[in-house]
Design a protein around this ligand. Structure first.
Ligand code: MLT
Length: 328
């Protein structure tokens, strides 16, 4: 064997510990929505702690568009070397196949599951001046006036889109559905009173509710959220059928080396066990109780069941026509 080929053969045969240890450089964490939304909030909190464990920064890149499917496609097609991962969610890795016939990825087959980062209860919220004193009145008002109302969401297939499509169909409402590149910008317009209501994941809403900038009418859970003990459940408000919650989870492109995946899952689980990180997430209403889904196997099962669930639900709810643009 020629000396250069011999050296190459020896290098390739080296056990992993003989090569530079992963990660040697910062890791890009794709958030498939605009900054300031729940996916972005969870990604930044969890990513900060994981970066400390991994000894490399986790750099969030917001790649918004098409209800999260633009960024998710980018992640699916990234080089599977452990340096690009994505914070997906119940929309990108659950509902999307039911609403996009031409989806360029498969939530299960195009990714390696790393683990769930947070369960995210759904709230029904409205602009501060919304003329309803409680959830019952809110539902009656929306039913009676829906054609004059604007409902904000983060794009077809997103969590806000999917859960509010479900809500609207339950009460027979047909508002104008206003699309944003994430619920961060949608929330800004809700605070400014430019849109009327939305259904969204709790984690970016809690500070605005506590500050009195928006109104929270109900949480779509069987019990109240410890982060917002004054907000009743949809069941208490007379709409028990509207119970739904979402989740955020980390995925890597299919083919990412097992050593990298092991480190990423380990760092995620360590972050979710860290007291400071847990407190930040719990204070925002995240649910960290599903420890099974914090494993790759548990997350894979969740993805399969969510794809099946939303396929069924979305067949029966409102049409997914692309709606109006945000008011200027
Ligand atoms: C969603 O509706 O899917 C999310 O709230 C979007 C986001 O995280 O901005």
């Amino acid at each position: 064997m020629r000396p250069s080929l011999f050296v190459l053969a020896v290098v390739l045969a080296l056990p992993l510990q003989g090569r530079a240890a992963y990660p040697e450089r910062p890791i890009t964490l794709i958030v498939p929505f605009a900054a300031g939304g729940p996916t972005d909030v969870v990604a930044r909190i969890v990513g900060e702690n994981m970066g400390k464990t991994l000894g490399q920064q986790i750099v969030v890149e917001n790649v918004a568009g098409a209800g999260g499917t633009t960024g998710t496609t980018r992640a699916a097609q990234a080089t599977p070397d452990g340096y690009t991962i994505i914070m997906g969610h119940m929309g990108t890795h659950g509902a999307a196949p039911a609403v996009y016939a031409d989806l360029k990825y498969d939530p299960a087959k195009s990714f390696e599951p790393i683990g769930m980062a947070a369960g995210t209860p759904i709230l029904v919220v409205a602009k501060k001046s919304f003329p309803a004193k409680d959830f019952k009145e809110f539902v009656s008002y929306v039913k009676a006036n829906s054609e004059k109302l604007n409902e904000a969401h983060a794009g077809v297939g997103s969590v806000s889109f999917t859960t509010c499509a479900f809500f609207n169909s339950l009460i027979g409402a047909k508002p104008t559905r206003v699309v944003y590149r994430g619920t961060g910008p949608a929330l800004n317009d809700l605070v400014a009173g430019q849109v009327d209501y939305m259904c969204d994941q709790i984690v970016n809403l809690v500070p605005q509710i506590q500050a009195g900038s928006i109104r929270a009418y109900a949480v779509a859970l069987p019990q109240r959220s410890p982060a917002l003990p004054d907000v009743p459940t949809t069941k208490e408000g007379g709409l028990a059928e509207f119970q739904v919650s979402a989740w955020n989870a980390l995925f890597a492109p299919k083919g990412t080396p097992p050593e990298a995946l092991k480190k990423l899952t380990g760092a995620l689980q360590k972050a979710l066990a860290d007291e400071g990180t847990r407190k930040r997430l719990l204070d925002l209403g995240a649910d960290l109780s599903d420890t099974k889904a914090q494993t790759p196997e548990g997350l894979a099962k969740l993805v399969d069941s969510e794809v099946a669930r939303w396929n069924k639900v979305l067949k029966t709810v409102a049409s997914s026509k692309e709606p109006a643009q945000p008011p200027k």
